[in-house]
Design a protein around this ligand. Structure first.
Ligand code: ADP
Ligand code: MG
Length: 931
């Protein structure tokens, strides 16, 4: 390739100064490169023709002309506030930002002596009260309280203190109270403002409620909480606020030195969530600037030395809990005790778990080792993969009945991975099929415990069961450390949990069920020994335990980093490559560069890694930036309701649950709801619409039951949609906060547009279907499909596209890809080439072998006449400009405005695909050759 201009090299490009052997080598390499190039060029396969009929093209052109004319004549009005904020963010670096906020806060005077005296007096009175006294006596039994004086002293002497103690010893509820009461009684109450972070919303609320109760006060007096979308804040001074870690991170954006906080407690840091890890790294920057700020790190006994080292060997305070001995039983023991036999026919019908393939090689050698110790019937059961974990809910129910029959009083705590197992076990216990279950049903008080339950329902779980009744709590991982229930004597540990994982190679994050670690099992075991000696029933064998990891992988190492990088930018931390290595565990460089690259591709960052105006909007959304961009575009294109449904379900979770054995019926329900749109995402939108309608007709219970939908998830999705709309309204992209408002949904019925916007949002997660053949006498079709990294994939059986043939387009976008027996797309939406060309990136036109083409990301090539290519590329530029303009001057696009012409043009181009088989000839999927 000639670089042009004055060049010293020869005509063939050979660099000057090469000698003998080097010249030979140079030409050899050159030949190899050329060969490779030629091969690549040959490999390009040009797909279907996307040329637009001349009549349509002329109309598109007309729209574009009007748009251009308008752009030259006037600029829309300016949102000065956003401009200022954006300019400030770009121009002020972190150090300058800190100095700025220091200046703003230099006159901040928290102390007030008359208030101090008042607080002291009130406290004296409260201490006298009988209800306080009674509760105080209970508190004094907690190990933390016997170290009260030492803790207060240690905090006084050190800026950073690490408190380590077993779960339930009183860290979360007592330490903040100790410090508050101490400062009040020393006459310094007005200067005391304590913030304690919690990893979960539910623990922030329950703890705040508990502490108010212990103080014999109403919630919101000296103690309150703050979580996203909900708060009950305490008084300004002399107070304790329990908040989620996310809330504190958000506050740092406005006040990076936390001038309003005197004591900060980071709780549950052993969980190693992204947020606490980030906060710890930020605190290391903040601390030298705020000598008066006290920081207390609180952790259960898991790798506590790591934290101590990270904070320059800060002092560590250990609180030894009083623990009763807990007997550990494993699956083989449970099988021997209960004599349970699995129904293999039922379990065969269930879809195999993705990680069941390692069962045999694990269990066979173990069985040989323990042959003499266990009955052969037990070993037979142990051989079945469905015996482990929570594959068989009836087994868990059976164990509960066994405990009820054979064991003395005490609550049973069952750990399962997620909501669907909670509800399944709940149903099994309350509507038992077998006589044994029926006998026990009325003796059980069953409580589901899950982060999504409303807090009122949560409280009753702490109450002791009346005599004759046995309390059974079915919980996710939240009862492991953040919620303590005292009267638990029996723990059933299925050993399963849900963990998000991230594959750097494919850049895909997914939430998967997997085995817990030793650290989790230790914590779970501890839950059984709080009031008396207890028993922990592990539903996995000792052989399985030997394969488990020691501790969970820190979340930052298994997360996509795009959102984190964007939120760091809001904190004026500009260089992620410099910041991440300061964290306690740094993500791989490749993960950082992949994230930056993606942010650049979606135009959240420019080519220098600087935040763009669009990036700033996306950074403010509590959602992954790709989804954020998708809902932002849906606001501009006025199809908000469907797209926010998709974004909410993809970023939170699917509203469907799958009882074991019922997979096919769930699949059928989904297909019904999908209305044959060939899209799992549009199906989600239809599902939410269907739910709304059923609710209006007071049939929502039936609707949810018949379609295997979780009402709780649907309600949460609606809340999220509402939140998105409010955010977009606040940043002026919408005229209403209601996501169903007519003005925001003028185009919500236009399916080709919805497909395209979903395609644009999920892009570049693309798959190309080469063939789908309906084989004679078979119901299901055979697919040959590849993702753009060349891997063969198929639709997961739970996707509405699975087993279908006769698609109108060969292109699909997906959100999640999962490896189990095969590589599967868990969800997919069929998209048309024009949508990819308009919303994809790296679009180019050219000629190969005298065929004109247009290509997307150098991966997908479509036959396209030069006229169409020119107009479409022009249109893309206009769309980019429009997005930039809208990001800088947020405003809805008015109907019939000039900008709206562009949307009309895009709609027109997309609508062509709707008429396949009528007047427009597009090759159908089944005609295309194999690769
Ligand atoms: P840690 O933080 O050390 O795990 P906590 O401070 O959360 O311990 O809990 C201390 C004790 O307070 C628990 O053992 C339990 O007895 C009691 N407790 C905590 N929360 C509640 C609640 N919501 N209802 C009843 N008791 C509670
Ligand atoms: Mg705690």
């Amino acid at each position: 390739m000639q670089r042009g201009g004055r060049s010293q090299s020869r005509r063939d490009g050979r660099p000057p100064g090469l000698t003998g052997k080097e010249i030979g080598l140079y030409y050899k390499n050159l030949a190899r490169e050329r060969k490779k190039e030629a091969k690549n060029e040959n490999k390009i396969k040009i797909g279907c023709d996307v040329s637009v009929p001349p009549g349509v093209l002329t109309r598109v052109k007309e729209y574009m002309e009007q748009l251009k004319a308008a752009r030259e004549t006037g600029q829309e009005q300016l949102d000065a506030k956003f401009q200022d904020q954006f300019r400030h963010l770009l121009s002020v670096n972190f150090d300058a930002f800190i100095e700025e906020t220091k200046k703003q806060n230099q006159d901040l005077q928290l102390r007030n002596s008359s208030l101090d005296a008042q607080l002291e007096e009130l406290q004296r009175e409260r201490f006298q009260r009988a209800d306080f006294q009674e509760r105080y006596k209970e508190r004094m039994k907690l190990p933390t309280m016997s170290h009260a004086a030492e803790i207060i002293k240690a905090v006084e002497k050190n800026q950073v203190l690490l408190i380590v103690g077993s779960t339930g010893c009183g860290k979360t509820t007592q330490v903040p109270q100790l410090l508050l009461d101490d400062s009040i009684s020393k006459g310094m109450g007005s200067g005391c403002r304590i913030v304690c972070t919690q990893p979960r919303r539910i623990s922030a609320i329950t703890v705040a409620e508990r502490v108010s109760y212990e103080r014999a006060e109403a919630l919101g007096h000296s103690v309150g909480y703050q979580i996203r979308l909900e708060s009950c804040k305490p008084r300004e001074r002399a107070s304790i606020t329990y908040c989620t870690t996310g809330i504190l991170l958000q506050q740092l954006q406005g006040d990076p030195l936390l001038h309003n906080v005197s004591v900060l407690l980071l709780d549950e840091i052993h969980e190693r969530s992204v947020e606490t890890d980030l906060l710890m790294a930020l605190l290391k920057i903040i601390l030298p600037h705020r000598p008066a700020l006290k920081v207390i790190l609180m952790s259960a006994t898991v790798r506590e030395q790591d934290f101590c080292n990270y904070f320059n060997t800060c002092p560590m305070f250990r609180i030894e809990g009083v623990m009763h001995p807990v007997e550990m039983l494993y699956l083989e023991d449970v099988l021997a005790l209960t004599k349970y036999q699995f129904d293999t026919r039922k379990n065969k019908r269930a879809r195999p778990r993705s990680d069941q393939s390692d069962h045999r090689p694990m269990i066979e050698p173990y069985i040989r080792r323990v042959r003499d110790r266990y009955d052969s019937k037990v070993l037979e059961q142990l051989r079945l993969p469905c015996s482990e974990g929570c594959a068989d809910i009836d087994f868990i129910a059976n164990l509960i009945y066994y405990i009820c029959t054979m064991k003395s009083e005490g609550a049973i705590l069952v750990f399962v991975p997620g909501y669907s197992q909670i509800s399944e076990l709940h149903n099994t216990l309350l509507n038992p099929r077998l006589a044994l279950g029926q006998r026990w049903r009325d003796h059980l008080l069953v409580y589901p415990l899950h982060s999504m339950l409303p807090s009122v329902e949560q409280q009753s779980v702490f109450r002791r069961a009346p005599s004759g009744k046995r309390k059974v709590i079915i919980s996710t991982i939240i009862a492991e450390t953040s919620v303590t229930i005292d009267d638990v004597v029996y723990v059933i540990n299925t050993g399963r949990t849900k963990v998000s994982s991230y594959d750097i190679e494919t850049n895909i994050q997914s939430l998967e069920e997997c085995w817990v670690t030793h650290a989790n099992t230790q914590q779970r075991k501890g839950r059984a020994g709080r009031v008396q000696p207890g028993i922990c029933y592990n539903l996995f064998s000792r052989a399985r335990e030997a394969l488990m990891s020691e501790v969970p992988t820190p979340e930052i190492l298994r997360s996509k980093l795009e959102s984190i990088i964007l939120s760091l930018k809001l904190l004026h931390i500009d260089d992620p490559y410099a910041f991440f290595p300061t964290m306690i565990d740094a993500p791989a460089q490749k993960a950082v560069s992949t994230a930056i690259n993606l942010l650049n591709r979606i135009e959240a960052l420019d080519n220098h890694g600087q935040l763009t105006p669009l990036g700033m909007h996306l950074a403010r959304m509590p959602i992954d930036p790709q989804m954020g961009k998708m809902i932002l575009i849906s606001a501009l294109f006025r199809c908000l309701d469907p797209i926010t449904s998709v974004a909410a379900a993809l970023s939170y979770k699917s509203p469907f649950y799958t009882p074991m054995d019922k997979e096919q019926r769930v699949d059928e329900a989904k297909r019904r709801l999908s209305q044959n749109m060939r899209s799992d995402h549009i199906m989600l939108h239809y599902t939410i619409c269907g739910y709304r309608e059923s609710r209006q007709a007071h049939r929502d219970r039936d609707f949810c039951y018949n379609n295997f939908l979780s009402k709780m998830t649907l309600q949460q999705l609606e809340r999220m949609k509402q939140q998105f709309s409010e955010l977009l309204y606040n940043s002026k992209f919408l005229t209403s906060t209601n996501c169903m408002d007519e003005s925001s949904n003028m185009n919500s019925e236009k399916i080709p547009l919805l497909r395209a916007i979903i395609g644009g949002g999920l892009y570049p997660n693309m798959a190309h279907l080469c063939t789908s053949r309906q084989i004679k006498n078979r119901v299901r079709a055979i697919h040959k499909m590849f993702t753009d990294d060349g891997r063969r994939v198929n639709f997961h059986p739970s996707s509405v596209n699975s087993g279908k043939s006769g698609f109108d387009s060969n292109y699909f976008v997906y959100f999640q890809r999962q490896k189990s027996t095969d590589l599967f797309l868990l969800d997919a939406t069929m998209v048309f080439p024009m949508a990819l060309i308009i919303f994809g990136d790296g679009v180019e036109s050219g000629v190969i072998d005298s065929t004109h083409y247009i290509s997307v990301a150098k991966t997908y090539y479509f036959k396209c006449n030069p006229e169409t290519a020119a107009v479409v590329i022009d249109l893309r530029t206009s769309l980019e400009l429009l997005l930039l303009e809208k990001a800088l001057y947020p405003a809805p696009i008015k109907e019939n405005s000039d900008a709206y012409k562009l949307i009309r043009a895009i709609e027109l181009l997309l609508s062509i695909d709707d008429k396949i088989g009528e007047d427009y000839d597009l090759m159908s999927a089944d005609e295309i050759d194999d690769i």
